[in-house]
Design a protein around this ligand. Structure first.
Ligand code: BG6
Ligand code: MG
Length: 213
């Protein structure tokens, strides 16, 4: 084994692609309250918690929303989002991701999820990955969302490993910042491959095998 004993994966945008579902659900909520929302604003929501995402969307609103109204909007979005997640199945897990996860696991690495999402359990079920990971740290066990490192620090604790022995895999700026703040090296996919803070810029998920094995 190489430098790392464990790998902590972000979920949305790394293991699976839920961006469009988040977009469709937020778009419906934004349209209903007459607030402009587009794909570019949606990109800013990557890795950001549900309530922080709503605050970003409401930057365009011409009136303030109180806590109760915001909770109702977030709940409506989540109901729409969960209905869309029912479209997901194990076919949404790419062979590349599946084979790479299996190769890392076969080499003895411990694997965890580190996601801001409170829907992590449902998404892993839809993908056929329930019980696959050695640990799951998600939106249900944290008080502070990325870019705070808490979700990754807790994932490492659940694995019983120090941050220095874990690699974080991310697609979002908030996640790369969270990894760095927690003392983790990071592997970045998509837009995260372009950040100076990313330890290993990657084009393909399978490159994790070269980094870790
Ligand atoms: C992150 C997504 O993984 O989870 C964000 O990248 C999302 O876009 C966040 O807002 C929270 O998700 P959920 O499922 O708890 O609303
Ligand atoms: Mg992500």
């Amino acid at each position: 084994m190489g430098k790392y004993q464990g790998v902590i994966f972000d979920l949305d945008g790394v293991i699976c692609f839920t961006d469009q579902y988040h977009f469709q659900a937020w778009k419906q909520v934004a349209d209903e309250i007459g607030v402009y929302f587009d794909e570019k604003i949606n990109n800013r929501l990557r890795g950001v918690s549900r309530m922080d995402s709503l605050d970003i969307i409401l930057e365009r609103s011409d009136r303030p929303y109180n806590a109760e109204e915001k909770a109702a909007l977030a709940e409506k979005k989540n109901d729409l989002y969960k209905a869309l997640l029912l479209n997901m199945s194990p076919r949404d897990l790419s062979p590349e991701v599946k084979e790479t996860l299996e190769a890392l696991r076969a080499a003895g690495l411990k694997l965890a999820i580190g996601s801001s999402s409170k829907n992590t359990k449902m998404i892993l079920e839809r993908l056929g990955l329930s019980g696959f990971f050695d640990a799951v740290s998600d939106g249900t066990n944290i008080q502070r969302s990325k870019p705070d490192p808490q979700v990754f620090t807790m994932a490492a604790e659940f694995l019983g490993l120090p941050a220095s022995q874990c690699l974080v895999v991310e697609d979002a700026e908030a996640g790369i910042r969270a990894a760095a703040a927690g003392g983790f090296d990071s592997a970045g996919l998509g837009e995260a491959s372009a950040f100076a803070m990313t330890t290993y810029p990657m084009e393909h998920f399978r490159q994790l095998s070269q980094i870790c094995l």
